[in-house]
Design a protein around this ligand. Structure first.
Ligand code: SAH
Length: 516
């Protein structure tokens, strides 16, 4: 054999899926996680690269607007060379690597060079984009077959490798890739060869992504409609009776927050749940950690309190993090939940109550009003003179509970259980989205989230960046902090939870979707 043997190098040809980063396979993601070199395309979602090892070499091989043979050969050579240097190479391609992705050619180059490889299929755009547009490719009543066709070839009808007659006469669904430029020729060819001009057609651009666009028409008018709408690639063209089902089955791009960018600022450890709620309604979430949580400077005061837990009548928690870090320390000191046996426990609201339940503790008291003032109010009806309370708190917590309970005659011990620090920078993508006005709503879940954001970017810049952005605040204290920074609060739920905040954001955009 004439080719050089690879020194344990290996190539994974991985399908990245159509765009929504959640649509890569488990195996594909594992490959990314162990790659030394990743060669990725324009259509592969950039977010997937965050799963690469920090020292992996990332090479952009994107070919906007179609590949030239010359470039393709360079990519083939790069794959072979990187593998022969002993690397684990991931070739990350949009959709599926073997569907119009020139994966076949890359694979041939690997075989020729004797480089071992594996193919990890992906969800191809021709399947995913129709799904996210609410168009089933087959349906018992309308279509029993589907053809994936390149839209790249139809310039000279004579030279075309496509059998237009067969394609046109069948009743199955047609899906054209790379067909935007040639759309007028494609529809013309199909009609000339016998497909009815009334046949429904849908164009789906950036399918599965938050910026998905869909245009529906017929063979007779879609080319004109697309020209007038200046509809651009990348898009698939779906042709067939099944397109009509979109009216009934549309689910993705009609959700109330679809197309809306929402800035979520909160402690990094907590962001997931709120973001998922918003994404569930179609929102495009930009997460900006405005707080990082770190341990207290010293555990002395907390440790002392934990060692004498039996002396406290009440244990009060006002946050998920308070609970989490308190129990973390309790366990570090080799205690468990039984150490709380003699205390009654108060949780400020349902989230904190749920956090306690994880440790087997049922809260004895949850105030009607889920905030510190509510806790003090709830304690008023109890006879607490001479009683003691332990209130593990954050370093910058307000004094409402300690002073309020002291006024009721209680003795309160309030050791610091965690500290909030402000991260130095805003993530680059968030800043860029704010500057380009792709964020329509900023949601704040505590006064510190808005205050910290302001210290991250500066007060004046904050007002500038959030100009025209709807401000959503979880409750009156957060709203006050917003106003003090010069922000006008548009959304504030009656119940101070992220669920209620999500609901208010949804109804605000549903009522006046055009005011964005
Ligand atoms: N291997 C890819 C296809 C690459 S060819 C796959 O399996 O999906 C590039 C063409 O794919 C584009 O011109 C467009 O027609 C289609 N395409 C890729 N991603 C798309 C998306 N998110 N939405 C709509 N079409 C897409």
């Amino acid at each position: 054999m004439s080719h050089k043997p690879a020194k344990n190098g290996f190539v994974f040809l991985v399908g990245a899926g159509p765009g929504d980063p959640g649509l890569i396979t488990v195996k594909g993601l594992e490959c990314i996680g162990r790659a030394n070199v990743i060669i990725y395309d324009y259509l592969a979602h950039n977010g997937l690269l965050t799963h690469a090892p920090p020292d992996a070499e990332l090479i952009y091989a994107g070919k906007i607007g179609g590949a030239h043979n010359h470039e393709q050969r360079q990519i083939n050579d790069l794959l072979v060379n990187k593998a022969q240097q002993g690397n684990i190479v991931v070739r990350l391609k949009g959709g599926d690597p073997f569907v119009f992705g020139r994966g076949g050619e890359e694979c041939e180059a690997l075989v020729a060079a004797g480089v071992p490889f594996e193919i990890v299929p992906g969800i191809t755009a021709g399947v995913a984009a129709p799904a996210y547009a609410g168009i089933p490719l087959t349906h018992r009543n309308f279509s029993t077959s589907v053809a994936f066709v390149t839209g790249h070839e139809s310039h000279g009808k004579e030279a075309s490798g496509i059998d237009w007659e067969k394609l046109s006469m069948g009743t199955g669904t047609l899906v054209f890739y790379m067909g935007m430029k040639n759309l007028p020729h494609i529809v013309e060819n199909l009609m000339v060869h016998g497909r009815s001009p009334e046949t429904p057609v849908a164009l789906v651009r950036w399918g599965t992504r938050p910026e998905q666009e869909v245009l529906v028409g017929t063979l007779a008018d879609i080319a004109d409609k697309s020209r007038r709408a200046a509809f651009k690639p990348p898009a698939v063209t779906i042709i067939g009776e099944v397109v009509n089902l979109r009216e009934k089955l549309r689910w993705f791009d009609n959700r109330p927050l679809f197309g809306k960018g929402i800035l979520v600022t909160r402690a990094a450890e907590q962001a997931g749940q709120f973001s998922h709620l918003l994404e569930g309604h179609g929102g495009r979430v930009f997460e900006c950690p405005s707080v990082s949580i770190i341990p207290p400077e010293s555990y002395d005061e907390l440790d002392q309190a934990i060692s004498s837990l039996h002396c406290f009548n009440w244990l009060i928690f006002t946050s998920f993090n308070g609970v989490k870090h308190f129990f973390h320390r309790l366990h570090a000191l080799k205690f468990d939940s039984r150490a709380l046996a003699l205390c009654r426990v108060c949780a400020v609201g349902p989230k904190t109550r749920a956090a306690l339940a994880v440790y087997g503790i049922r809260a004895d008291l949850v105030p009607a009003d889920y905030k510190s003032e509510g806790v003090v109010e709830a304690f008023k009806s109890l006879n607490l003179r001479g009683k003691t309370a332990l209130f593990p708190r954050a370093d910058r917590a307000r004094d409402v509970i300690p002073s309020g309970l002291c006024n009721l005659g209680m003795e309160v011990c309030a050791p610091i259980v965690y500290r909030n620090v402000i991260p130095e920078d805003m993530p680059h993508d968030v800043l860029e989205a704010l500057e380009n006005k792709r964020i329509h709503c900023a949601a704040f879940t505590s006064s510190s989230t808005v205050e910290n954001l302001s210290s991250m970017v500066g007060d004046n810049r904050l007002l500038h960046l959030l100009g025209g952005v709807r401000i959503a605040s979880i409750g009156p204290i957060t709203s006050k902090a917003c106003r003090e920074l010069g922000l006008k609060v548009d959304i504030e739920p009656a119940e101070h939870t992220v669920e209620a905040l999500t609901k208010e954001i949804v109804s605000c955009f549903a009522q006046s979707p055009l005011l964005i």
